[in-house]
Write a protein that binds this ligand. Structure first.
Ligand code: NAP
Length: 505
C-alpha cells in the first residue's frame, strides 16, 4: 500500500512557489501526493522546490506520502534533460522526503539495476508504462515486463477510446496486486473514477493543472465522486451525452446520494457510440442513467420497454436497468415542466405559447396538453410548428401574431440566449404579452428574455427549476425514495453561481 489515502493528488507547476502552494492545497484533501518535478521550468526551480519540501514541512506534510516523478519528454512528461539528470533529481527528491519515486520503463530499461539501487535505493519504486496514443496489444505482457525490475508497484496508463478498452485496463487491477491502472482519455473518465473500486492501488487527480487527458479534478474525485469510498456493491448511475463535460447532473444526483447517505455514485459518460456504452452496463454494474443530447431519440431503439408518455414524446431522458439487464425508459423532462409551472399558474384551461419545436418543446407540449392547457407553438420553421401543434391538438401561431396575442404563459424552448451568447433574446419585449415567462435555459440562470419580462412586470421562471425537477424525478425513479430536493437545488445553484463568477473574471 502506498499511502493512507488512495486518491493521489498530482502537483504540477512551472515554479517552486506555485508547486508548494499546490502541495498545501492537496494536503487538505489527501495525504498521498505526486510531485511532478518535470513540470518545473529548470534545475534551479527543482532545487528551490526540494528545499521547500525539506524545510517547510508542516505536521500535515510530515504525515504525507510523497511520490517523486520527473517524467522525460519521450515518455509524455516535460523533462528535457538526460536520464542521468533525471535520476539525480529523483535521488534529491528522496533525500528531501519522498518515500516513493516513479520511473518510466523507457528510462529504467536503459539503467543497470545496480545503478538504480545505489542512487534510488532509499526510495520505493513505481515502475510505470504510458500509452498515450492507443492501447498496447497485450496488457498482461506489459505488466509482466514492468514487474521484471521488481518494483514495489507497477503502474500502467493507457489511452482508451472506448469503454470496452477502459474495462480491459480495469480488469488488470482485478488480476494482480500492487498495480495502478489509469484509463486515460475523455471517454474513459468514468473508468478512472471506478479504478479504485476495481482494485487499483491509487487513482490520480490534479490539484490544478491537468497532466493527461480525461482527468478529474482532485476536489471532484474526492468530494463529488468519493472515488475512495466506492465498493463493488456501490450502485453506479450516470448521464450519457456528447458533449457531457458541462453537465450539472453529477452535482445534482450525487448531492442527493450524499444527503441520503446512499452507497451510490453518478458519473458523466461521454458517449459517442451508444453500443459501446450499452456493452459497459453489465460489467460496470450500471443501475440507471440519464440521457441527453444527442441520444434522447436514438436510445429508444435499445430499450426493452418504455413509459407510454415517453413513447408519445418520442424521447427518453431516463433509463432504469432492471433485472436481467432489461432497459426501461422514461421522460422526466415532462415531469420537470409540470413541477416547475404548476406552482405558478393553474394549467388547466390556460393558453400557453411554446417558442421552438425541437426535442424539449415536444416534452413541454405533451406535458401541458396532458394537464389541460391549450398549447400554441411558434417556431422559425412553420412545418415543424404545425406538426408539433397537430400532435398535441394545439395551434401553430405565426411569429408576426405575437405582438397582438395574449397568453397566460410563454415558454422559450430554443437555445437562443444560452451562454456564451447571453446577450440575445429569442423574443422582443413587445412580443411578451403574458402573465408568466418560462425560459428552459439555465445558463445563465437569468437570461436576457427573463430580464425583458421582469422589466415589464411579468413573473419569471428559470430553466433551473425544470432542470432540478426533471433530475429529482429521475433520482426518485432510480431510488424509489423522495429526493432531498432542497439540498439538490442548492448544489446546482452554487455550481451555476461559481461558473458565472469564473466567466465574469
Ligand atoms: P433542439 O431539439 O435542438 O431544438 C431547438 C429548437 O430551437 C428548434 O425548434 C430550433 O429550430 C429552435 N431554434 C434554434 N435556434 C433558433 C433561433 N436562432 N431562432 C429561432 N429558433 C431557433 O433543442 P432542445 O433539446 O429542444 O433544447 C432547447 C433548449 O432547451 C436548450 O437551450 C436546452 O438547453 C433547453 N433545455 C433545458 C432543459 C431544462 O431542464 N431546463 C431540458 C431540456 C432542454 P430549428 O429546428 O429551425 O433549428
Amino acid at each position: 500500500m502506498i499511502g493512507r489515502d488512495k486518491i493521489c493528488a498530482i502537483v504540477a507547476a512551472a515554479d517552486a512557489r506555485s508547486m508548494w502552494r499546490q502541495v498545501r492545497r492537496a494536503l487538505v484533501i489527501t495525504r498521498t501526493i505526486e510531485l511532478r518535478l518535470d513540470w518545473l521550468s529548470d534545475d534551479a526551480e527543482v532545487t528551490k522546490f526540494l528545499a521547500l519540501l525539506r524545510s517547510g514541512r508542516s505536521a500535515n506534510a510530515r504525515r504525507a506520502t510523497f511520490i517523486a516523478t520527473c517524467r522525460r519528454r519521450h515518455a509524455g512528461g516535460k523533462f528535457a534533460g538526460t536520464i542521468a539528470r533525471q535520476l539525480v533529481h529523483l535521488a534529491e527528491a528522496i533525500s528531501a522526503g519522498c518515500a516513493w519515486y516513479d520511473l518510466e520503463i523507457e528510462s529504467s530499461a536503459r539503467c543497470p539495476p545496480e545503478l538504480l539501487d545505489v542512487l534510488l535505493g532509499e526510495g520505493r519504486q513505481i515502475a510505470s508504462a504510458h500509452f498515450f496514443q492507443r492501447a498496447p496489444g497485450n496488457l498482461r505482457r506489459v505488466a509482466a515486463d514492468l514487474a521484471r525490475v521488481q518494483p514495489a508497484i507497477i503502474k500502467i496508463a493507457v489511452q482508451c477510446d472506448s469503454l470496452a478498452e477502459s474495462m480491459d485496463v480495469l480488469r488488470l487491477a482485478g488480476r494482480r496486486k500492487n498495480v495502478i491502472v489509469i484509463p486515460m482519455g475523455e471517454v474513459a473518465q468514468p473508468a478512472r473514477v471506478l479504478a479504485l473500486r476495481e482494485g487499483s492501488a491509487l487513482a490520480y487527480a490534479p490539484v490544478e493543472n491537468a497532466t493527461a487527458r480525461g482527468q478529474v479534478s482532485l476536489d471532484a474525485m474526492k468530494h463529488l465522486f468519493r472515488a475512495d469510498a466506492l465498493r463493488r456493491k456501490t450502485r453506479v448511475y450516470g448521464v450519457i451525452g456528447d458533449p457531457i463535460g458541462h453537465s450539472l447532473s453529477p452535482v445534482l444526483q450525487n448531492t442527493g446520494f450524499h444527503a441520503r447517505k446512499m452507497d451510490a455514485v453518478f458519473l458523466p459518460f461521454l458517449v459517442r457510440d451508444l453500443r459501446d456504452f450499452l456493452g459497459a452496463i453489465k460489467p460496470l454494474g450500471i443501475a440507471g442513467f440519464s440521457v441527453t443530447i444527442p441520444h434522447k431519440q436514438a436510445i429508444l431503439r435499445h430499450l426493452d420497454d418504455c413509459d407510454p408518455m415517453a413513447a408519445a414524446i418520442g424521447a427518453v431522458n431516463t433509463v432504469v436497468v432492471r433485472g436481467g439487464g432489461k432497459l426501461y425508459g422514461y421522460n422526466t423532462d415532462y415531469v420537470g415542466v409540470l413541477r416547475a409551472l404548476e406552482r405558478r399558474i393553474p394549467l388547466r384551461g390556460s393558453r400557453v405559447l411554446i417558442f421552438g419545436a425541437g426535442g424539449a418543446a415536444r416534452a413541454v407540449a405533451f406535458a401541458l396538453a396532458e394537464s389541460g392547457a391549450s398549447v400554441c407553438i411558434c417556431a422559425r420553421r412553420t412545418a415543424q410548428a404545425k406538426a408539433l401543434a397537430r400532435a398535441v391538438e394545439g395551434e401553430a401561431v405565426e411569429r408576426r401574431r405575437l405582438r397582438r396575442e395574449f397568453f397566460d404563459a410563454i415558454i422559450n424552448a430554443t437555445p437562443v440566449g444560452m451562454y456564451p451568447r447571453a446577450a440575445n433574446s429569442p423574443l422582443t419585449a413587445a412580443e411578451l404579452n403574458c402573465r408568466l415567462v418560462f425560459d428552459l435555459i439555465y445558463r445563465p440562470r437569468v437570461t436576457k428574455l427573463l430580464q425583458l419580462a421582469a422589466r415589464r412586470g411579468i413573473e419569471t421562471v428559470s430553466g433551473v427549476e425544470m432542470f432540478v425537477a426533471q433530475g429529482t424525478a429521475q433520482w426518485e425513479i432510480w431510488t424509489g425514495e423522495r429526493a432531498p430536493e432542497a439540498a439538490m437545488r442548492r448544489a446546482v445553484l452554487r455550481a451555476l453561481r461559481n461558473e458565472e463568477k469564473m466567466a465574469a473574471r
